[in-house]
Design a binder for this molecule. Structure first.
Ligand code: 0RA
Length: 655
C-alpha cells in the first residue's frame, strides 16, 4: 500500500526518536571521552586534533598489516572535514553479538574500545594514547559519515553531535565495481578543540613514515582547501630499506648496500615479528629509530635493547673470528659499533605495552628476546655474506674505540692540568692580575700581531689576552679526541678553566667576559663562527648565561679637526655624514686589527668606557652552529648550494 508523504515523515520521525531513545546509552558510553578528551587523545590542541586522523588511518593500516588493504586515501575537504578511505575488508555490518539490534559497525563507532577485530588476530595498536578506537574520533566530532563496501553491498550511516547516530546503518545498494573498504569522514568538533584547522605538513610527515613502515602500501594525501591545495603520494616498495636510504641520503654512506632482515614467530595463538634495516655512514652520530606497530618508540624499550645487545655481540664475535680485533684488544663497546649507524627496528606484536614518560617505550620483554635472537642469527649471516662491508664496519668501530680511549686520556690530562692551579695555563695566555672572575675579561685575539697590540692596549689588572692562530679547527667534523688534541683548543679550555662538554662547570670560569676579537673581514667571520660553534657545543651554559661577547672594532676613521673619530660600520658612517653635512676629510678604511696601533685599539675596542661589545645570545650561537654544519658537514651538495647562494654575502657569518 502506498504511503503518503506525511506518513513517511511520521514513520521516519518515529524511527528516529526510537533510535535516539536507545542511544542514550551510546551517549553515556562516549560521555567520558567528551568530558576528558585529553585522557584519550593527549590534548585538545593541534596534536590532539591531528591524533584523530592518526586514529582513523591506523585502523586502515591494521587492514594493510592483515594483508587486506593496499591503498589509503586521506583527504582534507574545503569544509574542514577529513576523509580516510581504504580498500580493506570493510567494517563488519552484520548484527553485533552483544546487541543484535545494532550493526557491528555501529558498535565499533559508538562503544569505547569496541573497535577490536573480534579476535581475528591482527596486530592492533593498544594502550596509552594509541589505538583508543575510532569511537573516540566519533565522540569528538560534530559530524561523522561512514560508508562501507562489504560483500558487494554499500552501507551508510552518519552521526551528529559527538557520536549520536542519525539512523541505523542502511544498505544503499550494490558496491560500485565490486569495491571493498571503508570511508570515514569526520568534522572535528569546534566546541572540543582549541582550533580545528588541520595542518597538511603534520599529516604528510606522519603518512610518509607509515608508508615506509608498510612496504608497498599506497598512500595518497590530498588537501582540497583552496589556500593549501596539494596532492602527495607515497609508496615504498623497499619499505624500511628505503627509509634507511632516505635517512642516509644527506650523509656519506660507508658502503652502498643496505642490510635487511626479518623474522616472525608464533607465541601460542599470537604472533610477533621484527624487521630491521641498517647502513653505516662516515659521520659519528647514532641514528637508531625504533617502531612498534608503526608507532615511533622514542624512549626505546625491549626491542631496541635486544637489537643493541645483539649488534654489539655479533660484531665483536665477527671481529674476533676474523682477527680484525686482536686478542689483547678490549671488546668494542656498543657506542663504538653504533657510531654512524642508521637503522630502523620495526616490530609488530599483538598486545604492545607502551610505558615511560611519554608512553613511547615498548615494555613487552618477549620482544627483547625475539629481536636479540633474530639479530644474532641474521646479522651474523649478513656479515658472513658481505665480508667487505663487514670489515668496513669493524674498521669504523675500531677507530671509534681508539677515539674513545684518546678522548678519555685527553680529558684526564686537561683535568689533571686544571687541578694544578695555574700550572696548566697556556704559555700564550697573557693573564690579568685580578683573581676575581666577575671583573676579569679574556680577549681571544686572532693573529699574533694583533695579539701584540692588544697586550699593550689592555688593562693588565682585569684584561687577559689569548692569541689564537689561524682557523682553529672544524668542530663539526672533528671528533672530541681531535678537538682536544688541538693546541688552540687546549689553550682556550685551560685558560677558561672550567672543562668542556658534560664536565663543563660554569662555576669555575676564570673570566665573566669571554670576548672574541677578530677582523671585520671574511677570515675574521670564519674564526668568530668557529669559536661560537665551539662554545655552543662544548660550553653551552656559558653562552646561555651571557658570558660570551664579540668585540666590534671600527671599520672607518676620519678626522674632525685634529681629533680622530672612529666609525663602527657603514651605518655609523651614514649617521656621521648626516650629522656633519660639510665634512670634507676622507674616511680611512681600517683593514685589520693588526694595522691599528695599540692606543687606537684601546680607544676603539678594548677600553671598558669607550668600546661597544655585542653580547652573544643562544640564537647567535645556534646560527653559527647551523652555518658550521652546512659549511663543514657531510653534505657536499648542500654546502655547494649554500656557498653559491651566499657567495657575495659574508654577512651570513657575521653579526
Ligand atoms: C572491525 C573488524 C574488522 C575490520 C574493521 C573493524 C575495520 C575498521 C576500520 C576502520 C577504518 N577502516 C577499517 N577497516 C576495517 C575485521 C573485518 C573482517 O574480519 O572481515
Amino acid at each position: 500500500m502506498a504511503m503518503s508523504a506525511e506518513d513517511a515523515r511520521l514513520k521516519h520521525g518515529s524511527e528516529l526518536s526510537d533510535y535516539t531513545a536507545k542511544d542514550i546509552t551510546v551517549l553515556k558510553g562516549l560521555d567520558p571521552v567528551r568530558k576528558r578528551p585529553g585522557m584519550y587523545i593527549g590534548s585538545t590542541g593541534p596534536s590532539g586534533l591531528h591524533h584523530l586522523i592518526t586514529e582513523v588511518v591506523d585502523n586502515s593500516v591494521d587492514e594493510a598489516m592483515a594483508g587486506a588493504c593496499t591503498e589509503i586515501f586521506v583527504t582534507i575537504h574545503p569544509d574542514g572535514s577529513c576523509q580516510v578511505v581504504d580498500d580493506g575488508r570493510g567494517i563488519p555490518v552484520e548484527p553485533h553479538h552483544t546487541d543484535p539490534t545494532k550493526s557491528a559497525a555501529e558498535i565499533v563507532l559508538t562503544v569505547l574500545h569496541a573497535g577490536g577485530k573480534f579476535g581475528s588476530g591482527g596486530y592492533q595498536v593498544s594502550g596509552g594514547l594509541h589505538g583508543v578506537g575510532i569511537s573516540v574520533v566519533n565522540a569528538l566530532s560534530s559530524r561523522l559519515e561512514l560508508e562501507i563496501d562489504r560483500g558487494g553491498r554499500r552501507y551508510r550511516m552518519s552521526f551528529s553531535n559527538g557520536g549520536v547516530p542519525d539512523a541505523p546503518l542502511a544498505d544503499v545498494g550494490p558496491s560500485p565495481r565490486g569495491r571493498r573498504g571503508t570511508s570515514v569522514r569526520f568534522w572535528p568538533d569546534p566546541s572540543v578543540f582549541e582550533e580545528t584547522d588541520f595542518q597538511s605538513a603534520k599529516i604528510v610527515e606522519r603518512l610518509e613514515i607509515i608508508a615506509y613502515l608498510n612496504k608497498g602500501l599506497h598512500i595518497v594525501f590530498e588537501d582540497l582547501r583552496p589556500v593549501s591545495i596539494q596532492k602527495i603520494e607515497f609508496r615504498f616498495d623497499g619499505g624500511i630499506v628505503d627509509f634507511v636510504k632516505f635517512l642516509n641520503a644527506p650523509k656519506e654512506a660507508l658502503f652502498k648496500k643496505v642490510g635487511h632482515f626479518e623474522v616472525s614467530e608464533k607465541l601460542g595463538t599470537e604472533s610477533q615479528e621484527v624487521e630491521v634495516a641498517f647502513q653505516w655512514n662516515t659521520a659519528y652520530n647514532e641514528g637508531l629509530h625504533s617502531y612498534a606497530n608503526g608507532i615511533a618508540t622514542q624512549e626505546g624499550g625491549a626491542h631496541e635493547e635486544g637489537f643493541k645487545k645483539a649488534l654489539t655481540n655479533v660484531i665483536n664475535r665477527y671481529a674476533r673470528a676474523k682477527n680484525l680485533l686482536k686478542e689483547k684488544d678490549d671488546n668494542l663497546s656498543g657506542e663504538d659499533v653504533r657510531e654512524g649507524l642508521t637503522a630502523i627496528v620495526s616490530v609488530k606484536l599483538s598486545n604492545p605495552q607502551f610505558e615511560g614518560q611519554t608512553k613511547t617505550k615498548l615494555g613487552n620483554t618477549s620482544m627483547s628476546s625475539l629481536v636479540q635472537r633474530a639479530t644474532n642469527e641474521k646479522l651474523a649471516e649478513w656479515l658472513e655474506e658481505n665480508p667487505k662491508e663487514a670489515s668496513q664496519i669493524v674498521q669504523k668501530a675500531n677507530l671509534a674505540a681508539q677515539a674513545r680511549l684518546a678522548a678519555r686520556k685527553a680529558r684526564d690530562l686537561t683535568r689533571r692540568k686544571s687541578a694544578l692551579e695555574g700550572a696548566g695555563l697556556p704559555g700564550k695566555l697573557v693573564d690579568c692580575s685580578s683573581r676575581d672572575a666577575a671583573e676579569s675579561e679574556i680577549f681571544i685575539v686572532e693573529g699574533n700581531s694583533a695579539g701584540g697590540s692588544a697586550k699593550e692596549a689592555r688593562d693588565p689588572r682585569t684584561q687577559a689576552i689569548l692569541p689564537i692562530r689561524g682557523k682553529i679547527l672544524n668542530v663539526e667534523r672533528a671528533r672530541i679526541d681531535k678537538m682536544l688534541a688541538n693546541l688552540e683548543i687546549q689553550a682556550l679550555v685551560s685558560a677558561i678553566g672550567a672543562g668542556i662538554g658534560e664536565e663543563f662547570d660554569i662555576a669555575k670560569i676564570r673570566y665573566h667576559k669571554i670576548i672574541i676579537l677578530a677582523d671585520a673581514d671574511v677570515d675574521g667571520s670564519h674564526i668568530r663562527t668557529l669559536l661560537l660553534t665551539f662554545f655552543f657545543r662544548q660550553m653551552a651554559p656559558m653562552v646561555e648565561a651571557g658570558h660570551v661577547f664579540v668585540a666590534q672594532p671600527p671599520l672607518y676613521s676620519t678626522l674632525v679637526g685634529k681629533e680622530k673619530v672612529y666609525l663602527k660600520d657603514d651605518a655609523a658612517k651614514k649617521v656621521f655624514l648626516s650629522d656633519h653635512p660639510n665634512h670634507s676629510k676622507e674616511f680611512n678604511r681600517l683593514k685589520g686589527l693588526g694595522e691599528m696601533d695599540f692606543d687606537e685599539l684601546r680607544d676603539t675596542t678594548m677600553d671598558k668606557e669607550k668600546r661597544s661589545l655585542l653580547q652573544v645570545n643562544v640564537e647567535h650561537a645556534v646560527l653559527a652552529d647551523e652555518v658550521c654544519s652546512v659549511l663543514m658537514g657531510e653534505d657536499v651538495e648542500l654546502r655547494k648550494r649554500f656557498i653559491q647562494t651566499h657567495a657575495k654575502d659574508v654577512r651570513f657569518l657575521d653579526f
